[in-house]
Design a protein around this ligand. Structure first.
Ligand code: NAD
Length: 252
């Protein structure tokens, strides 16, 4: 699973391990620290965990890491595309290089991972693909052109993969969270607090009152529980869906 070295992805990885899955982790970070996390998951849940440091902006590195994962575990049953990055700026000031990076990590990487994993899933007639999109896969927000475009793309990619594999025993769904308190969101709170000259708490309260009727951030565990359900047999009839878990954001 991609982006599983921190934040939501690490919590999903731990939840999958607690359900008995061996894991191929991917993401950036201090390698020694990631290896320690992998060992901890192995000893907590009695599963095998491997780590691949592929940079998801590079399709060859993606293919190689999935190849390595298949050689280690023999097959891939579940693919979770969770890696994501954000850049915030009005469009005229949005650096072209940032646009390319946001599209490649949030959208194109999922195309490459799915392409590499699908043949095995089709052959074994069972697979689960869960793409962590965002409420921004369904609605827009100012200054997030690349992220919103990429996440809308993920929702579209999810539908096509679901339709092409509807009779193959492979489901593909998108999870669309609102704000989940992770480092990615803390960076945005700090940016608002700097630009408006507000305290961190005031910036946080303003983000919540604008978008989250439930008045709190979501927890990574809530996203992980939904992913576990989508990977279960009970969810075998759910495919091509974009499931919101957004504190009421998109109902407004
Ligand atoms: P995070 O920054 O904690 O985690 C992002 C992960 O992606 C990390 O493991 C990082 O190493 C990895 N990553 C980034 N660039 C990479 C690259 N080039 N190659 C390989 N790995 C790379 O963020 P998060 O908040 O946990 O977000 C996880 C996912 O959930 C993202 O797709 C994000 O868009 C989505 N999401 C987050 C929120 C939120 O409020 N936090 C809301 C909706 C959707």
């Amino acid at each position: 699973m991609t982006g599983s070295t921190s934040g939501i992805g690490l919590t999903i990885a731990q939840a999958l391990a607690s359900a008995g899955c061996n894991l191929g982790l991917n993401g950036f970070g201090e390698v020694q620290q990631i290896r320690q996390i992998a060992c901890q998951i192995e000893s907590d849940y009695g599963v095998s965990v491997d780590y691949y440091g592929a940079d998801l902006r590079n399709p060859v590195e993606i293919e190689n890491s999935i190849q390595e994962c298949m050689e280690r575990f023999g097959r891939v049953d579940i693919l979770v595309n969770n890696a994501g990055i954000q850049h915030v700026a009005p469009l005229p000031e949005f650096p072209a290089q940032k646009w390319d990076e946001v599209i490649s990590v949030n959208l194109s990487a999922s195309f490459h991972t799915i392409k590499a994993c699908l043949p095995g899933m089709i052959e074994q007639r069972w697979g689960r693909i869960v793409n962590i999109a965002s409420v921004h896969g369904l609605v827009g927000s100012v200054e997030k052109s690349a992220y919103v475009a990429a996440k809308h793309g993920v929702v579209g990619l999810t539908k096509v993969v679901a339709l092409e594999n509807a009779e193959n025993g492979v489901t593909c769904n998108a999870v669309c969270p609102g704000y989940v308190r992770t480092e990615l969101i803390d960076r945005q709170i700090r940016a608002i607090s700097r630009s408006k000259n507000w305290s961190f708490d005031d910036a946080k309260a303003s983000m919540l009152s604008d978008k989250h009727p439930i008045g709190r951030f979501l927890e990574s565990e809530e996203i992980a529980s939904l992913v576990i359900f989508l990977c279960s047999e009970a969810a075998s009839g759910i495919t091509g869906s974009s499931i919101t878990i957004d504190g009421g954001w998109s109902a407004q």
